[in-house]
Design a protein around this ligand. Structure first.
Ligand SMILES: [Zn+2]
Length: 112
């Protein structure tokens, strides 16, 4: 629950939210399950949304949604809802990322 002057406002500064792209007050947060931190606005933080690139990259790193933990599914749902991205578009992005990784591996095996 938002309470003015309490915790959530600590550390906010003018900047650009790396999740929704809005120029507003942002705070630096750690990403769940990813060793990185990004600038986020309060609505994205409250929603539990993270940047789309991180969502796609980490889902692909897991090998797709079927290999991911339930809590990661909640991050995915929260982010897609916040950004208005369709699940099918998200899955297409993850598939492209997975294919790119497979191409990379294949090329490396040929080269070695
Ligand atoms: Zn935002």
């Amino acid at each position: 629950m938002w309470r003015e002057g309490r915790g959530p406002t600590v550390g906010y500064r003018p900047g650009k939210c790396e999740t929704c792209g809005h120029e507003t007050d942002v705070v630096t947060r750690a990403l769940p399950g990813i060793p990185m931190s990004t600038a986020t606005c309060h609505p994205c933080l409250e929603a539990g949304a993270i940047p789309m690139w991180a969502l796609v990259a980490n889902t692909a790193a897991l090998g797709g949604m079927r290999n991911s933990a339930p809590w990661w599914g909640e991050v995915v749902d929260a982010t897609l809802e916040r950004l208005g991205v369709l699940h099918e578009d998200f899955h297409a992005m993850v598939s492209r990322e997975l294919e790119a990784e497979q191409d990379y591996s294949a090329n490396h095996e040929e080269g070695s």
